[in-house]
Design a protein around this ligand. Structure first.
Ligand code: USQ
Length: 416
């Protein structure tokens, strides 16, 4: 199949490209490198040194003997999106090119608006361009488990049967997102569902849980590494906890720490997305996958991190800062996730093995982490309408220079 990946330069876009190439698919990417700029905006960088995209393409050519097609541009420009889809006519589009950080969207009004306007515009442009140029393509749209919030009942995969005042229907399950970012995904879901209905497009909306991990089996060379964010806005919980342990900073489960989320390893997310691509729905079908392996509280993740850090001779501490977010800290959480298993999905990575792998790799990049240790602990508060001053105040007067890259250790494989 020919797969177009929007956001191919990102944390999951890049390993997805490698994963699909390794399985014989043709890959074309789109990116405007905005994540690189936005991570710099908050004073951070990727723990892993990331080559330019041209160097990434060259590395793939040299190491894998494959080509990755690429269009540099912004999905907010409709002429660009139309041109790419009309030229490439992909069989599937995996749409990852959205602002993906909840804290970033909560910085202030401008970040909230940029997040929602950018995410919704890109998705609408893709939907219109698909209708015009490749109506047989399948859109695999990255959503988030966070669309559902934490209701006090089980969470179905997108839809549920409801009886109300003597009548029944199958309806979209209510969404109760927890940030402007998460709400942008809710609105996207409505747009994709509607477009699939009126234009008979094929669509899979992926409600993915929190990602963690640093490598996939296809990352066999330092030039093929994906980015790994750890600052308070771009890093996700478990990845950040491991960085905190490596740096000797307190591990920070917010508030009571019993908030529970679905989590999935990077490598297993690639497997899930490929299964979605290789098994498209029918024309006019909008289907929803809840994509995660297991639900953990952040306290459980802090404990696993601390245990493995201790095994490695570190001296981790766990602190519970006041929660900068507004979210339930103790709640029921039982999302259903059967659809991917029916397509053959099997978890391959056990949580402690991936945590050990991240520790091993990060030890190699410790100097890069040290150089940005001031951006790890939380400052962006949901209750504040303007967090810019807090973000600015923690920056050193001059950012330290980037240390020389080091080669990562050879990948060690363990299975669940
Ligand atoms: N958390 C802590 N301590 C920290 C960081 C986070 O306790 O130092 C808590 C948060 O309060 C939250 C949970 O961990 O309850 C998850 O936070 P996160 O920053 O790992 O993830 P989140 O903001 O929810 O967003 C991430 C990705 C986003 C994706 C989402 C999936 O950035 O792109 O959509 O995970 S989900 O969480 O299922 O909505």
């Amino acid at each position: 199949m020919k797969v177009l990946i929007t956001g191919i330069d990102g944390y999951s876009g890049w390993p997805l490209a490698l994963h699909l190439l390794a399985r014989g698919h043709a890959v074309v990417g789109v990116d405007n490198f905005v994540t690189r700029r936005r991570v710099r905006e908050v004073g951070s960088w990727s723990a892993t040194p990331i080559p330019s995209f041209a160097r990434r393409q060259a590395a793939v050519r040299e190491i894998l003997g494959k080509e990755i097609g690429f269009h540099r541009g912004d999905l907010e420009r409709y002429d660009f999106v139309r041109h790419v889809l009309a030229t490439e006519r992909p069989d599937a589009i995996v749409h990852l090119a959205e602002q993906r950080s909840a804290p970033y969207s909560m910085i202030d009004v401008h970040h909230a608006v940029r997040t929602q306007a950018g995410n919704l515009t890109g998705t609408l442009h893709l939907l219109y361009a698909m209708r015009e140029s490749c109506p047989d393509a399948h859109l695999v749209k990255m959503g988030t488990m966070g669309e559902y919030g934490t209701p006090n009942v089980d969470i179905p995969e997108g839809f549920f049967e409801i009886d109300y005042r003597g009548r029944s229907d199958r309806l979209p399950f209510p969404r109760q997102a927890g940030s402007w970012y998460h709400w942008s995904k809710v609105f996207d879901s409505g747009d994709v569902m509607f477009a699939s209905r009126i234009w008979k497009l094929k669509a899979t909306d992926v409600m993915q849980g929190v990602l963690y991990g640093i490598r996939t089996p296809e990352i066999t060379d330092p030039r093929l590494l994906t980015r790994f964010d750890f600052d308070e806005t771009w890093g996700t919980a478990l990845n950040r906890f491991i960085v905190q342990a490596v740096l000797g900073l307190p591990i920070t489960p917010y508030g009571k720490g019993d908030q529970k989320r679905g989590f999935i390893a990077l490598e297993d997310s690639m497997q899930s997305l490929r299964l979605a691509v290789e098994n498209p729905p029918d024309h006019g079908e909008y289907r929803v996958f809840n994509q995660f392996d297991a639900a953990y509280t952040v306290n459980e993740l802090a404990d696993v991190t601390a245990r493995i850090a201790t095994e490695r001779g570190l001296h981790p501490t766990i602190e519970h800062p006041p929660n900068p977010r507004i979210e339930a800290e103790q709640h029921y959480y039982a999302p259903i996730h059967d659809h991917l298993a029916r397509l053959g999905y099997r978890r391959t990575r056990a949580l402690p093995d991936v945590v050990r792998e991240i520790f091993r790799d990060l030890t190699r990049y410790r100097r890069r982490l040290e150089a940005r240790r001031h951006v790890v602990q939380p400052t962006v508060r949901w209750a504040s309408g303007d967090n810019r001053e807090e973000l600015r105040s923690r920056r050193p007067a001059e950012a330290p220079p980037e240390p020389a890259p080091v080669a990562p250790p050879a990948p060690e494989r363990t299975s669940a």
